[in-house]
Ligand binder design. Structure first.
Ligand SMILES: *[C@@H]1O[C@H](CO)[C@@H](O)[C@H](O)[C@H]1NC(C)=O
Ligand SMILES: *[C@@H]1O[C@H](CO)[C@@H](O)[C@H](O)[C@H]1NC(C)=O
Ligand SMILES: *[C@@H]1O[C@H](CO)[C@@H](O)[C@H](O)[C@H]1NC(C)=O
Length: 377
């Protein structure tokens, strides 16, 4: 306990030195993490009975919780307030941010912009967050969805006092003849929490077009996740017959959310700073001029991400591995932006032509295979 207090004290002292810059982002929690020891949680406060009323109502957050909340990097004052109310959700938010960053890297691994991050809370995605391009839109959408996904999952795990399974439909029968049962993923709680925690960042800013863009993309990420919700069922009955079927709401895997948002990124709609819609005619020829809730919007064109630009935080594609036979974005032509590529020959040595020899061993040869590795100039 003494060490925990000391740690918290140190974190608390560090806290005020983290500036609340515009480019600071709560998503940095995905890199730095946030761990809250069970001893810090209000319900385990020794002065409170385990079944007592909400501790906050009487004593407010403990010193430890206060110190921890103000030590979270990248967050705004309003997010600290939310932390004080829900300290045990902070590791969950951090996990959500981490899985969003990982999914972003996965979705863009073959592209010029590959969602690379830096261990710097004011510069997490280079300057991508300061721009208002479709890459920015993707980051906002996926991280908002990431919080929904993590919180919803945590609610279903039954480990939180803040929420649990959604039991609204529990026991009801449907026309199709099955019953709601099991643990339905509590999307409502996750959506509300994410909306509060993620959107609150925009509240301290001027109400401009960029705020509108961010809020729209945050909501789009949540919307896309919610449209992927499905139902899972289990049969009960004698030897596997399906006399009784219980079903519950089931959240998609986060990769499914990433795939869907990547598609949305491909069709992102540019809105002009005059707030009128400017739609790229090429893209999908969709006629309706209304941006849908699940669409991503952006206000700036993307840079081409080809050449290193330290000021703009663009690493460029020099040195990236390209695929000579691909016709996609990872092809050497596209990835290297026409600059050409270097080829290295790598030699792989492996066991091959293995034969079973009577009796009883396996005899192999050693084969050398040469693999070309192409990297952008
Ligand atoms: C819930 O808590 C238990 C015990 O602390 C832990 O073993 C388990 O991994 C937790 N489950 C989730 C999904 O976090
Ligand atoms: C992403 O791009 C950067 C900069 O070109 C490079 O250093 C990094 O290795 C790339 N990441 C992956 C996963 O390819
Ligand atoms: C290169 O691209 C081709 C065609 O898309 C694909 O079949 C192959 O697996 C890729 N190679 C690597 C090393 O990714």
């Amino acid at each position: 306990m003494a060490t925990v207090r000391l740690l918290v004290l140190v974190l608390g002292l560090l806290g005020p030195h983290w500036p609340n810059k515009v480019s600071a982002s709560w998503m940095y929690l995905g890199i730095s993490g946030a761990s809250i020891s069970p001893s810090l949680l209000p319900q385990n406060n020794p002065t409170m009975g385990p079944r007592g009323p909400e501790p906050e109502d009487l004593t407010g957050p403990t010193v430890e919780v206060r110190a921890l909340c103000s030590s979270l990097p990248g967050v705004t004052q309003q997010q600290i307030e939310i932390c004080l109310q829900h300290p045990n959700l902070m590791p969950v938010v951090a996990a959500g941010a981490a899985k969003s960053i990982a999914e972003c890297k996965h979705q863009f691994k073959h592209e010029r912009w590959n969602c690379s991050t830096q261990d710097d809370q004011n510069n997490l995605f280079g300057t991508t967050l300061e721009r208002g391009s479709k890459e920015t839109a993707f980051i906002y959408a996926i991280s908002s969805a990431g919080v929904v996904h993590s919180v919803t999952q945590a609610c279903s795990s039954g480990n939180l006092t803040d929420c649990n399974c959604d039991t609204t439909n529990q026991g009801q029968s449907t026309k199709e003849g099955w019953k709601w049962g099991g643990c339905s993923d509590n999307l409502k709680y996750g959506m509300t929490f994410a909306r509060n925690f993620v959107d609150v960042v925009e509240k301290r800013k001027k109400h401009g077009i960029r705020t509108k863009m961010n809020l729209h993309n945050n909501a789009a990420g949540r919307k896309v996740l919610s449209t992927l919700m499905g139902t899972k069922c289990r049969c009960h009955g004698v030897s596997g017959s399906c006399e009784v079927k219980t079903c519950w709401n089931h959240m998609p895997s986060f990769t499914e959310v990433g795939d869907a948002l990547k598609k949305k990124y491909g069709m992102a709609v540019q809105i002009s700073s005059k707030n009128r819609l400017r739609r790229k005619i090429k893209a999908n020829k969709r006629r309706d001029d209304n941006v849908k809730k699940g669409d991503l919007i952006h206000i700036h064109k993307s840079p081409n991400y080809c050449v290193e630009d330290v000021d703009k935080g663009i690493p460029g594609t020099a040195g990236r591995v390209c695929n000579k036979t691909s016709t996609g974005p990872d092809s050497c032509g596209l990835l290297c932006c026409g600059r050409g590529y270097n080829t290295q020959v790598l030699t792989h040595i492996e066991r091959c032509h293995c034969k079973f020899v009577w009796c009883c061993y396996v005899k192999c040869k050693t084969c050398e295979t040469k693999v070309d590795l192409h990297t952008c100039k």
